[in-house]
Every structure is written in C-alpha cells, then in structure tokens.
Design a binder for this molecule. Sequence first.
Ligand SMILES: Nc1nc2c(ncn2[C@@H]2O[C@H](COP(=O)(O)OP(=O)(O)OP(=O)(O)O)[C@@H](O)[C@H]2O)c(=O)[nH]1
Ligand SMILES: C[S@@+](CC[C@H](N)C(=O)[O-])C[C@H]1O[C@@H](n2cnc3c(N)ncnc32)[C@H](O)[C@@H]1O
Ligand code: SF4
Ligand code: SF4
Length: 351
Amino acid sequence: MTTVEMGIPTVRRSVSLAGRPDVDHLVDRFGRVARDLRVSITEKCSLRCTYCMPEEGLPAIPAQNLLTASEIVRLVDIAVHRLGVREVRFTGGEPLMRVDLEQMIAGCAERVPGVPLAMTTNAVGLEHRADGLARAGLTRVNVSLDSVDREHFARLTRRDRLPSVMAGIRAAARAGLAPMKINAVLMPETLSGAADLLEWCLREGVTLRFIEEMPLDADHEWARENMVTADRLLAVLGERFTLTEHGREDPSAPAEEWLVDGGPATVGIIASVTRSFCSDCDRTRLTAEGTVRSCLFSDQEIDLRSALRSGADDEELAQLWRGAMWNKWAGHGINADGFAPPQRSMGAIGG
Ligand SMILES: Nc1nc2c(ncn2[C@@H]2O[C@H](COP(=O)(O)OP(=O)(O)OP(=O)(O)O)[C@@H](O)[C@H]2O)c(=O)[nH]1
Ligand SMILES: C[S@@+](CC[C@H](N)C(=O)[O-])C[C@H]1O[C@@H](n2cnc3c(N)ncnc32)[C@H](O)[C@@H]1O
Ligand code: SF4
Ligand code: SF4
C-alpha cells in the first residue's frame, strides 16, 4: 500500500463519565493518572521517515481545522491548572514547521510558569531557532536521529539532511536545551550502524535511546517478523560495549536503561512492543486538530476544538478531557490476536 490517507478516527463530542470518581485529575478505569501532555501542532514534516510518513507526506490539514497558537496555550493552561498535568511536550509532524512555535512556547511559558516545556523534533533547521526557542521558554528537546551514516540516514528519511540535524543538535546543546535525548527507531537497515550512533552520542554528551518500531507507519508495512527487538539490539551493541542493566528513571518512563562500559553514560531502550509499559502509562495527547487522544493506538477521540470554538468555558473543556481519559484502554494490544493498527499513523497522532 503506497497511497495513504491520514485516517479518520471516531471523533466524539461527548463521552460517558459513569463510575468516574469526582476528582480533578485525569484518572482512568485502570487507576492510572495522566500527568504528561503531548501536543501535536502540525502534520507537516521536513523528512519522510519510512517508519512514520508516506513518501508524499500526509494530506494537509485544512487551515481552519488546525488549533491556533492561542487555542493551544489555552488548552495547555487548562491541562495544567485544572487537570494536574506536570509536563508538556510539543510534537507532530515536525513542530519546527510551524512559524508561530516561538509565540506558542512563550504563551505557554507565561501561563504555566515552572512547568517543563519540551519538544520532540527531527532538528532540521533547529540550528537557526534553538536560541530563540530557549529564550521563549522551551526547556529541553529530544531529537530523532537514526543513523550517523549519511547514506543510511538519507535512505531512511528520504531526505539528505544529516548535516542539518547534527548542526541542530549542537546548537540546542549550546542554547542550554538540556538534558537532550536522541531517539533512534530500530530498523533492520540501520542496525549495523547502531554502535557507531552510540559512539557518536557518547562523544557529543547526549543520551541515546533506541525505540522498537510500532505498527504506526503510514505505509502499513510494519511486520512483527521484520522488526528489530530490544534483545537483538543488545546482542549487536554487546559486540562493542559492555552493557549493565540499570532499570528505569521512574516507573512511567518508557525507556529502560543500561550503563555503557560501567557508566556513568547510559543507553536506553524503549521496547514498546516486546516489553510494553502501558500499565504505567501517564500520557494524554492533543492532536493538531484539537482532539484528545487517550492512547497512541485508540482511534476514539474527543473533540475539544468544536466545543472551544462554540464558547465552552474552561471547566466544560476540562470535563470533556476527563471523560476522554476515563475511557482510556488498558494498552495498545499489539500482542493480542486480531490486533489492527489505528487509522492515524504516528506523524498524524504526534509521537
Ligand atoms: N508505546 C508508547 N510509545 C511512546 C509513547 N510516547 C512516545 N513513545 C515512543 O517513545 C519515543 C520517545 O518519546 P519522546 O517524544 O522522546 O518522549 P519521552 O520518551 O516521554 O521523553 P522524556 O521525558 O525525555 O523521557 C517516541 O519516539 C515513541 O516511539 C507512548 O505513549 N506509548
Ligand atoms: C512522530 S515524531 C514527531 C516529532 C519529530 N518529527 C521527530 O521525529 O522527533 C515523534 C517520535 O515518534 C517516533 N516514531 C515515528 N514513527 C514510529 C514508529 N512507527 N514506531 C516507533 N516510533 C516512531 C519518532 O522516531 C520520533 O521520535
Ligand atoms: S518521525 Fe518525525 S521526522 Fe520522521 S517523518 Fe515522522 S514526523 Fe517526520
Ligand atoms: S500504547 Fe497507549 S497505553 Fe501504552 S504507553 Fe502508549 S499511550 Fe500509553
């Protein structure tokens, strides 16, 4: 399948709160509390990673359906002050594709002072914006970088932009956007360069985390038998480094860590498929079109944008959000019989 649509999830305007305790924060039926908000701000991207986007990019979201910077600031304010969110991460698509990103960050920094404002980015062009983003109030960035081999990088991302990414990483470090983490999705074609990537990150003083590929690619080519597992990666890295299991930063952190050659440097693995961490999930998501998505894999979304634009007050919006999260599933279900991937691909959800 090569031509891909963005996917039309089931978008609802109301949701059942039956059985929900009368608390402010975002609880679900499994006792989890969402404190980590991920806000997708665009479907556009400067790269076309094969595990995420179709070659032609995602269909454009009509401008009137995209949340504006001030709408995003308002929803972030509600999330923090009414729903107990403690950290906000901007993602996409590629967040740097929005020219009003600095304005959005500055608005959030003013409304929710002290709350960490992070961004997940491919770092293309970050070189020119890192200082301004730091001044606006961005606290840290995680950067996607799958290979330090220029040819491998260009093949995987369908764009020859490795030098720009490296320059972006260095500029972000100089701007104080730290601690910075590098994310690398595990793919068969880049596995042979995994140890070189780790060596590069150790030299640059940034933390590397490898990620198992999830069935969220727009081309629907993910296949369990082709995916590189955490165990396979550990065997490959073990040929060059001594790795010692070190556990998780905190129980809801997606990455398990290993000390590299006795430490203190670590390498992380986000093993979403073979060692799922859904039972400790603390995430809530806002899509670029203003729907709440309770799980990466759940296509049932709650529409905040329509409510917001038809005059709902902050408490009404907060209550819709609480309902969306109360109905969150137990987990992604990738390992269950009959699993079907969601309609939206990763770039259309906000990874
Ligand atoms: N299964 C699952 N994987 C996720 C989720 N969110 C992010 N990921 C994966 O984890 C990777 C890293 O996510 P980041 O955007 O860097 O965020 P993070 O790991 O929460 O960031 P830190 O707070 O710096 O640890 C992404 O590339 C996704 O592949 C999630 O909710 N569920
Ligand atoms: C969708 S991107 C959006 C932010 C930004 N464009 C970037 O690449 O960092 C967010 C994260 O999702 C990850 N990702 C994309 N597709 C994935 C997949 N199929 N499985 C696992 N992670 C994926 C990327 O590696 C990236 O770290
Ligand atoms: S992973 Fe990020 S950089 Fe790569 S195509 Fe998806 S949105 Fe773009
Ligand atoms: S797949 Fe869903 S439940 Fe599992 S960690 Fe991700 S968002 Fe949370």
